[in-house]
Design a protein around this ligand. Structure first.
Ligand code: ATP
Length: 278
């Protein structure tokens, strides 16, 4: 996809399997929205081949659109409609909608069913957004940064809702900035940076990259900070603790850390930015 001289995404190749949660991860400006909008049929690509549910989104019609649900970043709720009214209105746009009461239960808004949208908290509004996308009973759901701005407990609840959708057999294309979200939810993670895919695999595969080295830290008897990098932390710890016990000393502030998936992600995405700037 080019915007004039700018190639926003180039040569990306990805495959999403039916029934999986596919996380599409990347920093600001990486090309996520561009890609997703092409898949949703909202943006016309300048090159390449795309098939979504067996059809090219650029030419797909009403029947295809019926099979897809979209939750955008900014919500489009009518502040004066209640949760139930909003869902009833939306259900009317689809040929085979899911029952409104069932949808309310799916997103956990039973208690708020008769409250107007403007009275809902940010997290509850986001759930209503998800409900709006679900009421058409889509096979494939696009979720664009569904938990941005959530507090930790609202994020956990949203994750439960999303995991519940996979259990219903939905395919979920999840765009996110958060590695932990991808790690927690996704079957497959694809990382995009500067318009190109820099890593792809299961969260475990990506985690393999972090096996390289662990860092052991402690303060010695003199109070000095000691840092040891090791590929074999078990053996190294055994050596350290045995020696300390023999001397009758403590290893104050002892900790063992490995680079988190977040570190791996930052590492991957910063390298490409550097490369494309050259
Ligand atoms: P974010 O996380 O900030 O939403 P993103 O990964 O979704 O970022 P895109 O919106 O796809 O990124 O943008 C990718 C690149 O394409 C950026 O460099 C952006 O400036 C450029 N771009 C996006 N839309 C247009 C447009 N309509 N015209 C020109 N350039 C655009």
């Amino acid at each position: 996809m080019s915007y004039g001289e700018t190639e926003a995404v180039r040569g990306i190749d990805l495959e999403v399997r039916t029934g999986e949660i596919f996380a599409f991860l990347g920093p600001n400006g990486a090309g996520k929205t561009t890609t997703v909008e092409i898949l949703e049929g909202y943006r016309h690509r300048t090159g390449g081949e795309v098939k979504v549910l067996g059809e090219d989104p650029a030419g797909a019609g009403r029947a295809w659109r019926d099979r897809i649900g979209i939750v955008l970043q900014s919500n489009s709720l009518d502040p004066y409609l209640t949760v139930r009214e909003s869902l009833e209105l939306y259900a009317g746009y689809f040929s085979h909608p899911r029952s409104v009461e069932e949808t309310i239960a799916l997103v956990g808004l039973e208690e708020k069913a008769d409250d107007r949208a403007r009275r809902l908290s940010g997290g509850q509004q986001r759930r209503l957004d998800v409900g709006m996308a679900l009421v058409g009973d889509p096979e494939l759901l696009f979720l664009d940064e569904p938990t941005t701005g959530f507090d930790p407990s609202a994020r956990r609840q949203a994750w439960d809702v999303i995991a519940g959708l996979r259990d219903l057999g939905k395919t979920i294309f999840l765009t996110t900035h958060y590695m932990d979200e991808a790690q927690r939810l996704a079957d497959t993670v694809t990382i995009i940076a500067a318009g190109q895919i820099v890593a792809q695999g299961t969260p475990e595969d990506l985690g393999e990259r972090e096996k390289a080295a662990a860092t052991i830290r402690y303060r010695d008897a003199m109070g000095e900070e000691i840092t040891i990098e090791t590929v074999d932390p078990v053996r190294e710890l055994n050596r350290l603790t045995t020696a300390a016990l023999e001397r009758g000393e403590e290893l104050d502030g002892l900790e063992v850390t490995r680079p988190s998936l977040e570190d791996v992600y930052l590492d991957l995405t910063s390298t490409t930015e550097g490369a494309s700037a050259e």
